[in-house]
Design a binder for this molecule. Structure first.
Ligand SMILES: CC(C)(COP(=O)(O)OP(=O)(O)OC[C@H]1O[C@@H](n2cnc3c(N)ncnc32)[C@H](O)[C@@H]1OP(=O)(O)O)[C@@H](O)C(=O)NCCC(=O)NCCS
Length: 178
């Protein structure tokens, strides 16, 4: 059974906060991926942070245990016609306003505490989209299983960049069930 971090405070940020939260996003990433910082793709993370946070509809939640940031989730509305599920879901869903969940990460000390699920839900509960889509490395089946337990289903596979991992495209219907 998961024990929730009762002191987890979740704060919501937008594109306007990008500069203020940038270092926090990088610091949490450095801790969450401490064992993979020599990976060339992982080293590109600052570029991705700036890319996503520059989106006018960027939305981010950061969880804090006291003053300590423990993890976050962020993403942005998908551009119509460019949704990650497109070409994988046939026929295309009738209700197709889509939120792309770009990142979910929790620092090792706060894993298995329920913090990840709370952050995920905190971000998506404030969306008015029909679908949430995320990409998960196909070599991480336990992470895929975690998302399946949160109602995501695999729609296909994609490799967005030549040097990126091969990802499973995971789709969930919004709003998430209670
Ligand atoms: C994904 C994450 C937020 C989930 O946190 P959580 O709900 O507390 O769940 P856990 O950390 O226990 O992860 C669930 C399982 O997936 C595994 N897992 C998590 N991240 C993994 C990764 N990057 N690579 C391989 N396996 C991973 C865990 O080892 C765990 O397996 P176990 O039950 O055998 O111990 C957290 O593990 C994390 O920040 N991971 C690193 C970043 C990441 O991979 N984000 C997902 C990108 S799609």
């Amino acid at each position: 059974m998961e024990t929730y971090v009762t002191t987890l405070h979740v704060r919501t940020y937008s594109h306007d906060d990008a500069a203020d939260i940038r270092q926090t996003l990088l610091d949490v990433h450095a801790d969450a991926y401490a064992d993979r910082l020599d990976d060339a793709f992982v080293q590109k993370f600052p570029w991705f942070v700036d890319h996503w946070s520059s989106h006018p509809q960027f939305s981010c939640v950061i969880g804090y245990d006291g003053a300590e940031p423990v993890g976050y989730a962020y993403g942005a509305a998908a551009n119509p016609g460019r949704e990650w599920w497109r070409g994988h879901l046939e026929p295309a869903p009738a209700k197709d306003r889509t939120f792309h969940l770009s990142e979910l990460m929790v620092r090792p000390k706060w894993r298995k505490t329920g913090a990840a699920e709370r952050l995920h839900r905190a971000l998506l509960d404030t969306r008015d989209h029909d679908l949430a889509v995320l990409l998960v490395d196909v070599t991480h089946p336990k992470v895929q299983a975690l998302y399946e337990s949160w109602t995501y289903r695999k729609a296909g596979e994609r490799q967005p960049f030549p040097d990126s991992p091969l990802y499973a495209v995971m789709v969930a219907t919004l709003p998430l069930a209670d």
